[in-house]
Design a protein. Structure first.
Length: 240
């Protein structure tokens, strides 16, 4: 299998069918043998049923995994990644913020042997932002970026740790997510730090991006939780 696409979702009943169909169209259009794994993080709006109702070509495998209780985005992505079978694996946020065609850039980097981990970035000069974040979210993102670089030692050349569009060589992705423990929104940082500690090469690639105004992340409301997660990641990694 060429590519596994994991889509974490919580109460995305209005979007998930379009997400699955776009992912399936990408796989079929590029001639990729692939699978789509939707991980429903205990939604109460019919997200899982909507994902199952999506129109998917016979050659594309579609699985819907349902969490018994709400655990967070990190848990959902980890659940999906551990079930993947692809030579290359990726996760993409619900809402089509980044068109799936952008994955070709990450695929080329990994298949060309340039890296084991390829991150989409909204901050590179070649990135195209069709609809930016509101001003307050941009400012909070700057604070978060400064915090992860200073407190957790993320390299300065990493421009965007939180873009929800990341690809991994299959064995590497499954290894990193099997070891990660963050259930919430800081999971990206933990997985990145684990990759760097193991000597895996990480490269960023530019993406087209459109802000999802219906995002499930509310930085100001979740600030204390995010800070707690960051501290937990630092302690956990220092003890291993």
């Amino acid at each position: 299998m060429d590519l596994s696409i994991v889509i974490p979702a919580v109460n995305e009943g209005a979007k998930i069918q379009r997400d699955v169909e776009a992912a399936a169209a990408f796989l079929a259009g590029e001639g990729l043998a692939g699978e789509i794994l939707v991980v429903d993080d205990a939604s109460d709006d019919g997200t899982a049923d909507a994902a199952r109702d999506a129109d998917v070509p016979p050659r594309v495998s579609r699985r819907v995994l349902s969490c018994a209780e709400h655990r967070g985005k990190g848990f959902a992505v980890r659940t999906g990644m551990r079930e993947t079978r692809g030579r290359i694996v990726m996760f993409a946020d619900s809402g089509l913020c980044v068109p799936f065609s952008n994955a070709l850039r990450g695929l080329r980097l990994i298949e060309g042997g340039e890296c084991e981990v390829a991150h989409g970035s909204r901050k590179l000069p070649a990135s195209v932002i069709h609809r930016p974040q509101p001003f307050y979210r941009r400012e909070l993102s700057k604070v978060f970026r400064a915090a992860v670089h200073t407190a957790l030692g993320i390299p300065a050349w990493m421009t965007d740790t939180q873009c929800g569009f990341k690809l991994y060589r299959g064995d590497v992705g499954r290894e990193l997510y099997a070891e990660s423990r963050s259930d919430g929104f800081v999971f990206d940082v933990e997985v990145l730090l684990r990759a760097l500690r193991k000597g895996y090469r990480v490269k960023e690639f530019p993406v087209e991006w459109c802000c999802d105004m219906d995002s499930r992340l509310h930085p100001a409301r979740n600030a204390a939780w995010i800070l707690k997660e960051m501290i937990a990641v630092r302690i956990r990694l220092s003890q291993e």
